[in-house]
Design a protein around this ligand. Structure first.
Ligand code: PEP
Length: 251
């Protein structure tokens, strides 16, 4: 069985002082983890977290990456820059970036490609809004978002991580049921399998109000290979309880 992956998404939260306590506690708690664990932190804190996690299995992630290699792109952070800070993962296409920053499927696909070219694993987020779910369009939406990434990344697609994050479940306390999540994960796996013979290798994470209480049942689903955790990743005890559920499911 492949190891589950638990990735925290701090979003735009943190201070030097708070990060210090949080990362020390998480790093100590994952020393003997049997799953993979990462924290995706705001860019200004990459150096701090890189130092704090040194010598532990905790991996470092970013929350975005520029599709450009370098040059006159004010405000952007390149994949090569992220690599210099030991970044292993970069979230791309989070619904907050699609919604508030107008990111298109094509841009998300380019970002995934740029990350891969620099040895960073993109965590590609897909997911439907509540209106789309209620209109019966969940399958169409996630397939369209995924198809763009497959189209641009070709056979490298087996190197990505996918996060299914129903928009209506993010930060709302409303979680998809394990059955709802599994249904979408299975269709994403099938879509990947049509593009690569290594689809089983791909981690497909669930994200959307995953917490200590619901993690175990979600992670018990056959196609749920881990979680992308927002709010609960900001409290070490909550995050480590999710890691413990992933450890149990990885054995
Ligand atoms: C997220 O932002 O990726 C997320 C899943 O948030 P939350 O866990 O707070 O719903």
């Amino acid at each position: 069985m492949k190891k589950k992956l638990v990735a925290g998404n701090w979003k735009m939260n943190g201070t030097l002082e708070a990060n210090d306590a949080l990362v020390r506690a998480v790093a100590a708690g994952v020393k003997d983890a049997s799953c993979l664990v990462a924290v995706c932190v705001p860019a200004p804190y990459l150096a701090q977290v890189q130092m704090l996690k040194a010598g532990t299995p905790l991996e470092l992630g970013a929350q975005d990456v520029s599709p450009h290699a370098q040059g006159a792109y004010t405000g952007e952070v390149s994949a090569a820059m992220l690599r210099e800070f030991g970044v292993r993962y970069a979230i791309v296409g989070h619904s907050e970036r699609r919604q508030y920053h107008g990111e298109s499927d094509a841009l998300v696909a380019e970002k995934a490609k740029t990350a891969l070219a620099s040895g960073i694993t993109p965590i590609v987020c897909v997911g439907e809004t509540l209106a789309e779910r209620e209109a019966g369009r969940t399958e169409d939406v996630v397939k369209r978002q995924m198809a763009a990434v497959i189209h641009v990344n070709g056979h490298c697609i087996s190197e990505i991580v996918v996060a299914y994050e129903p928009v209506w479940a993010i930060g709302t306390g409303k979680t998809a049921t394990p059955e709802q999540a599994q249904q979408v994960h299975a269709l994403l796996r099938k879509q990947l399998a049509a593009a690569t013979e290594h689809a089983e290798r791909v981690h497909i994470l669930y994200g959307g109000s995953m917490n200590a209480a619901n993690a175990a049942t979600l992670l018990a689903q056959p196609d749920i290979d881990g979680g992308l955790i927002g709010g609960a990743s900001l409290k070490s005890a909550d995050f480590l309880q999710i890691v413990a559920a992933a450890n149990a499911a990885s054995r």
